[in-house]
Every structure is written in C-alpha cells, then in structure tokens.
Design a protein around this ligand. Structure first.
Ligand code: KIV
Ligand code: ZN
Length: 499
C-alpha cells in the first residue's frame, strides 16, 4: 500500500512574488482552476495583508475552486491572521499558514529577540489562528539554518498548540540534501506528538538543490511538499512541482503517490509561463522545450530503434502532444477552441471571437501558429485596458544608414506622435517614445527571447525600466521585434505609479 504525499502549490504566493510575475485576479483564478484540474491538494492563494489585490484574489480564488484546500499566508501577527481569516471566508476547505523566523540570524537581526520569546510568539500565533480555522500550518522560516535541537523544541510547542502541518523551509536554499534529510529525520524522531501533524518541505533553489532536498525530506518522513509550477519563486525559485511528481511516478519503488494528473503538467506549465511572461529555460527538466529532444546522432539512432534507450518518461505522460503546432490560417474557430481547451483555457464566445480574429491576423504573418502564440493571443486582452497604446510605428533601418522612427501613441484616447533618429531601430523607436512621454526613465534590462521556429516566429521582449526610484517590468510580443520592444516599454509605462 502506497503512502500519500500532499502537494501544496505556492505558484500564486511564493511564485507570484517574483518581480515581473504579478497576475491580476482573473489570471490568478485561471491558474487556480488549472491547479485544481492538475490535482494539487492545497493552493497557497496569497498573503492577504500584503495588499488589497492579494486580499481580493484570495477571496475570488476561494469562490472559484471546489475541492483543494485554500491557504493564506501570514506573519505571526494577530492583524495578519484576522485579515487572512476574512479573506478565506468563502473557501470550502481553508488553512492559515502562519510562522516566524527561527534561525539565529533571523532571531537576532530580524526580530532583535531571543529563542524563548520566538517560541512564545509562534505558539501564540498558532493558538490565535486556531480560533478561526481547524487547519493551521506553521512555518519555521530559515529552518534550513536553524539548529535541529532548537527547531525540534519550536515544532513540539506549535504541534502542542494545535498546528496540523509543520513547514520546515530551507528559505535560503543552503542545505545539502543529506543535511535536509537528517533534519526531517531528527524531527520525526525527537518531537513528541509529531504524528499529530504532517511535516512539510519548502525548499529554495539557490544552490540548485531544491528538488534533491525536497526528495530527501520525503524519504525521511515529510508527507507534504511545497512546490511551484516551473520552479518559479523567490530568487532562484522553489522546488518544481513537475519534477517531484515525475520522480515519484518514475520511481514507483519508493511507494509514495500523489494526486497529480501528470497529463496536465505541460498545459499548466505553458499557462503559467505565458500568463507570468516568464520563459521556461529550454533545458528545464520535464517541461523545457528540449526535455524530450534528442539531438546527437547516437541518441537519435537509439531512440529510433527503441525509445526506452534514452527516454525515461513518455512525453504523453506529462501532456506533451505531438500535434501541438498544426494551427494555420486555414484552421477554424473550433480548432482554436479545442487547442485552447487542451492548454487549459476555456473562453466565453465573445472572447473566443476576438482571439480568433487576432489569430487570423497573426496567421497572415506567420505560417505555423504554436502553443506559445496561442497563449499570447489568449492573454492579449490584458493590455486592452491600458491607458497608453501604440497606434502606429514606422522605422527605417539598414546598413550604412541612420535609423529613424516615427511613432503614434494614444494616451487616454488622445493622439500623440513624434519621431527620432538613433543608432539602430530600437534606439530610434524608444527615443521617439521618450519624446512623447517626456519623463525621466531609464532602460535597465532588455531581453529579446530567441526565436525558436523560423524567421516568421513571434519575437518576445522582456524589459525593466526605472522610473521615480522604482523598477517596472514590461512584456511585448510581436512578429516585428521593434514593435515588440516598443510594446514592452509601453507596458512598463502603463504600470508607473503616477501622482
Ligand atoms: O521560504 C520561506 O521561508 C517561505 C515561508 C514564508 C514559508 O516562503
Ligand atoms: Zn519560500
């Protein structure tokens, strides 16, 4: 009989707090519903006290999702817990996730406190959360660098106070797998009453060991893992959901099952990447573009003879379907609707009509429309409510000539235009844009995503622009890379906090 491992997804909390990955409430609901289809047990929907947007999203996700538990994060602070309980009021199954730093570094520098006081605050927070909900998870922040003896005292105290789950985060991604596994084992063996709670892992990837540490935790007794889609999260990210799910599927002898429907992994990965404008590295395990591509002659020869020579996972098991790039200008609305459905997106008729219209325009410019394009088109109406929009852009460029751009913008409905020259077409277009906007802003980062499938493919641009002491993230996608660059810059400007 297999043991059951609970999957706690924090894409919408730890993942979403990454700069540039912010989603609006409608997009968060879309991801939450996809996570439900994927089969996760717990969705960490946000940190409600952190912003009215997070508070509202937790409410709306609670209404939209049926069976997974909805979890809200708090500090060990009464006001945080009050707000989280309020945000969870519509959840069918709810959990408050409260906690405090337990490493000496956190106790001394963050709280200017001492070990005994931290235990008191931890216990008080758990007891306070218990007044609202039965299911209370406690996190010992920076547990990875907390000494095991003290950590065991903290965990014993919070379990006694009623914590149902105890989270042991390797917040800084510091631990070796052997150390992290030992830590979980130590808690299993030294905490009185540990069997009244589930131990959870929460590993960060600063040294590239998040998945290895998570597995070490599981092999030593943890029965919940905190993970994100595509491994997104603070700094180098969190443990990837898809990696843990597929490790357990491939290594059946471990005897631990999850509720994940692995065929939903790839569509979920694409959806999160597209909505968050966060590309997946091509060699990313399980969901990267090259994860199943055999390039060397020896490998190709082996795979042609028998796929088992070099493939340990059947791509169909993670939902990669070979027919994924066949939409063209001749594809009908039904084919588009079906492809969107496979990618986890079901649009109402009016939205579908609009996406189909845009799809036909794009199909005029490029032959094959791939899943990335479709996801971009489905998300395109995000810019529809923007105050500033690009009306037209004309650029001259070439060898031995100076680039000149003329640009037309519509700002809150009013038309503006200007032109500028530059040392290249992007430089000229951005100078024209700056002449119209006329504010002190600096381009900090500019990434053009490599074109993958032919010269007619969409170019994707990620940008960071500094304005008034803040850095804003923008994204643009267009078959014309200069237009994509201007769109990305305009996306940043639309996010500026203006007085
Ligand atoms: O990494 C961490 O310690 C966290 C906690 C807030 C759970 O994200
Ligand atoms: Zn974290």
């Amino acid at each position: 009989m297999s043991d059951r491992l609970f999957i706690f997804d924090t894409t919408l909390r730890d993942g979403e707090q990454v700069p540039g990955c912010q989603l609006n409430t409608v997009e968060k609901i879309q991801v939450a519903k996809q996570l439900e289809l994927l089969g996760v047990d717990v969705i960490e929907a946000g940190f409600p006290i952190s912003s009215p947007g997070d508070f509202h999203s937790v409410i709306e996700i609670s209404k939209a999702v049926t069976w997974p538990t909805i979890c809200a994060l708090t500090r060990a602070v009464q006001k945080d817990i009050d707000v989280a309980a309020d945000a969870l009021k519509f959840a069918k199954h709810k959990r408050i996730h409260t906690g405090i730093g337990t490493s000496d570094e956190h106790i001394k520098y963050k709280f200017n406190s001492n070990r005994e006081e931290i235990i008191e605050r931890a216990v008080a927070a758990v007891k306070y959360a218990k007044k609202y909900v039965e299911d209370v998870e406690f996190y010992a922040e920076d547990a990875g660098r907390t000494d095991n003896e003290y950590l065991a005292r903290v965990i014993e105290a919070v379990v006694k106070a009623g914590a149902t789950v105890v989270n042991i985060p390797d917040t800084t991604g510091y631990c070796l797998p052997s150390e992290y596994g030992e830590k979980i084992k130590y808690l299993m063996e030294h905490v009185d009453g540990i069997h009244n709670a589930v131990i959870s892992t929460h590993c960060h990837n600063d040294l590239g060991m998040a998945t290895a540490n998570t597995m070490a935790g599981v092999l030593n007794g943890a029965r919940q893992v905190e993970v994100t889609i595509n491994g997104i999260g603070e700094r180098a990210g969190n443990t990837s959901l898809e990696e843990v799910a597929m490790i357990l599927k491939c290594h059946k002898h471990i005897g631990i099952d999850t509720n994940i429907n692995t065929q939903k992994i790839y569509p979920t990965s694409r959806m999160v990447s597209s909505l968050m404008n966060m590309p997946v590295q091509p060699n990313k395990a399980i969901v990267g573009r090259n994860a199943f591509a055999h390039s060397s002659g020896i490998h190709q020869d082996g795979v042609l003879k028998n796929v088992q020579t070099y493939e340990i996972i059947d791509p169909h098991d993670v939902g990669i379907d070979d027919n994924s790039i066949v939409l063209t200008a001749r594809s009908g609305r039904a084919a588009l609707k079906n492809r969107l459905h496979v990618l986890g997106i079901d649009l109402p008729q009016d939205k579908l009509d609009k996406v189909y219209e845009d799809f036909l325009k794009l199909a005029d410019k490029k032959k094959d429309i791939n899943d990335d394009d479709i996801l971009l088109l489905a998300g395109a109406d995000r810019s529809q409510n923007h105050r500033i929009k690009v009306d037209y852009l004309q650029v001259t460029s070439g060898v031995g000539v100076h680039s000149v751009a003329s640009l037309g913008l519509s700002i809150a409905g009013e038309k503006f235009e200007d032109c500028a020259s530059g040392n290249g077409p992007v430089d000229a277009a951005i100078k024209a844009l700056k002449k119209i906007i006329n504010r002190q802003m600096t381009l900090k980062e500019f990434t053009i995503q490599a074109i993958s499938k032919g010269s007619d493919d969409m170019g994707k641009v990620h940008m960071q622009v500094e304005y008034d002491g803040h850095v804003y993230y923008g994204f643009g996608a267009n078959t014309d890379i200069i237009a994509a660059s201007v769109e990305a810059y305009v996306d940043c400007i639309n996010k500026f906090k203006l007085d």
